[in-house]
Ligand binder design. Structure first.
Ligand code: DC
Length: 222
C-alpha cells in the first residue's frame, strides 16, 4: 500500500540579503513546493502607504485607517506565489528600490501592519494545497516563530554583514542591510531572531548551491 505523502510546510528566516529568497526559490522547484516571499508582502503594502504620503510609523498612526480598502490576493506563476494588491502584482523594481528599502522596516514594525498580513500569510498554505503543490516554502523574518511555528522544517540563515552587503551590491541595489537588520531585530512585535529548535545555517562561506543542497537533503528526509 503506498503511503500518501505529507503536505510539507518549510519556514526559512534570516536577515536582509541572507539568501533566503534565492534558496527558497530553488528548493521550491526541486521539491514541487509553492514559494512565498513575505518580504515582498511588506514591500507591496509600503506602496499605497507611500502614495498617501506616509513615510514613517508616526505618519501611519496619524493617518485615518491607512490599510482600509486594500484587497489582498494571490497570483501563482510557476512555483512562485505573488501577493496582489487590489488585483495588481507590483513589478519587482517598484518594490525593490531605495525608496521602499528606506521605509519598509519601519512599516514592518507596526503591529497593525503585521496583523493585516498574518491571516493572509497563513492562508497561503491552503492556496498551495488547492493548487496541487507538494507543500509550501515561505521565507521572511517571523515564519518559523509566528506564522508557522509548527512547520515541518524551520531554517534560519545567517551570513556576515559584509558578505550580505556584497550580495546586494552585486545585484546593483543600494541597501543598508545591517541597519535594516538592527531595526528588524529590535522591534517589539515578531522581531528577527532564530527561533528555538530551528536549524541555523551560516552561509558566509557557502555558495547558493551548497546551501540549497544542505536543506534539500533535510526536506528529502522528512
Ligand atoms: O526580505 P526583505 O528584505 O525583502 O524584507 C523587507 C522588510 O520586510 C524587512 O526589512 C523586514 C520586513 N519583513 C518582516 O518584518 N517580516 C517578514 N516575515 C518579512 C519581511
Amino acid at each position: 500500500m503506498s503511503e500518501e505523502k505529507k503536505f510539507l510546510v518549510i519556514a526559512v528566516d534570516g536577515g536582509a540579503a541572507s539568501g533566503k529568497s534565492s534558496t527558497s526559490r530553488a528548493l521550491a522547484k526541486a521539491h514541487r513546493l509553492m514559494h512565498v516571499d513575505t518580504g515582498a508582502h511588506y514591500r507591496t503594502v509600503a506602496l499605497p502607504l507611500l502614495r498617501r504620503g506616509i513615510v514613517c510609523a508616526e505618519d501611519f498612526f496619524a493617518s485615518e485607517k491607512p490599510l482600509e480598502d486594500l484587497d489582498l490576493g494571490t497570483v501563482v506563476r510557476g512555483n512562485e506565489a505573488y501577493m496582489s494588491l487590489n488585483g495588481i502584482v507590483p513589478d519587482d523594481d517598484e518594490i525593490r528600490n531605495d525608496k521602499v528599502n528606506a521605509v519598509v522596516s519601519q512599516f514592518a514594525s507596526i503591529p497593525e501592519v503585521r496583523r493585516f498580513l498574518f491571516e493572509y500569510q497563513r492562508r497561503q498554505k491552503d492556496v498551495a494545497r488547492e493548487r496541487g503543490f507538494a507543500g509550501l516554502i515561505m521565507d521572511g523574518r517571523d515564519i518559523g516563530s509566528v506564522i508557522f511555528p509548527d512547520a515541518d522544517l524551520r531554517i534560519f540563515l545567517t551570513a556576515d554583514p559584509e558578505a550580505r552587503a556584497r550580495r546586494r551590491a552585486a545585484e546593483g541595489i543600494a541597501d543598508s542591510v545591517a541597519e535594516r537588520d538592527k531595526l528588524d531585530a529590535s522591534r517589539k512585535t515578531a522581531p528577527l531572531a532564530c527561533p528555538e529548535g530551528a536549524v541555523k545555517i551560516d552561509s558566509t562561506h557557502l555558495t547558493l548551491e551548497e546551501v540549497v543542497a544542505k536543506i534539500s537533503a533535510m526536506i528529502s528526509a522528512l
